[in-house]
Design a protein around this ligand. Sequence first.
Ligand code: SF4
Length: 429
Amino acid sequence: MVSNIRGGETGNIQAFKQTEVSRVCQGRVHATIADRRELAKTALTPGELIDTSIHLDESTEPVTGQDMFALTEICHDGFIELDVRDIARMLQARPGDETESLFACADRIRKRFVGDSVHIRGIIEFSNYCVRNCLYCGLRRDNHKLSRYRMTPDEILTASQNGIQSGYRTIVLQSGEDPYYSAQDIALIVEGIKSFRDVAVTLSIGERARSEYAAMRSAGADRFLLKHETADAKLYQQLHPGASLKTRVECLQNLKSLGFQVGSGFIVGLPGQDISTIAEDIALLKLLDCDMAGIGPFIPHPDTPLASYPAGDVTMTLKALAVARQALPYANFPVTTALSTLRQDGRQLALSCGGNVIMPNITPAKYRALYEIYPDSASLKDPEDGGIREIAGMLKAIGREVSTTKGDTLPKERRSIPTVDSNNHERMR
Ligand code: SF4
């Protein structure tokens, strides 16, 4: 199956390049990751790789039986890049053996490429003000039922210091899109955190001008999380009034070019999404060469326009995570809080399907309930220090361990395909 796909594509690459369609974002054309790889060899400026054109141009029957093994083995050996059709087929693994095989392969690849250590990042949600109006989010501008808060720089620094004293090696600063904090404000906070200890600082504060990102990077910020949410440009526009996928991806490219480790991610179960959309989401992560990706289920919030829609499917979320791990073997994949909110054992499940990061909430207790992207977040149950000791115990029980490093993604130039532990490989098959 896989070799047929590759053979069929070769002749299309030149034609695809000649159309230049993807470079000007004029709609959907036949384009695979292989095409894009070729295209990427030509000169590109930030923004040019943006397109909505990755799509399924032939049938996507569910992968079955031996085909599933063939596909997962190919990924495992790292010889061939997954393309969007492979991804879609894997996402359609049937319940039982096929899905188990998919999860086991993701776990094996996780172990082989990033090891058994789990990186623990303390997250501080420092403002729930947001200028955006995303249809699915409780922090949206038009949700007037929500009490808003902003932490002062001193409060943020104190919470960060507490987190560092508890053992966190990464502090994640997250907020709604809140221009109240200038780039200079954020830069000063980053410098303050960095002065406490040699820790990594991750920012998750939404879209900003490149010059602002540059100021934050100069101040020492190491990583930036900016989920693309959905790779379907039309759906993106419907869900994010006044915003565009094009701008989102431009921001991600700007961040990458400034030297940030860049995280993106998407929501599983959004109204209007289907298997091909999720396949495109994973393909976009790969196209952007993301260092990190958060993949979580949609959870409806009662005070949003999507209140009446059902929550995303847990198994599909895990399948998306498992396939994403295979598509980006070196990336860091957090266990999303949304998954833990829908399933009490969400953390353990995600850790067994490719996950290698946990992000406990270390926001001061008085603010936590107000950061309500969706209701009843599992993070509300986290102790003040995020429960770092309890997490260490849980990890030990499942044969994993807390990482002692900051958990940076391995730079591309230092990556190589790790050899297979054949005994382990055979045993897991
Ligand atoms: S998803 Fe982010 S940008 Fe959108 S409303 Fe919520 S906090 Fe704001």
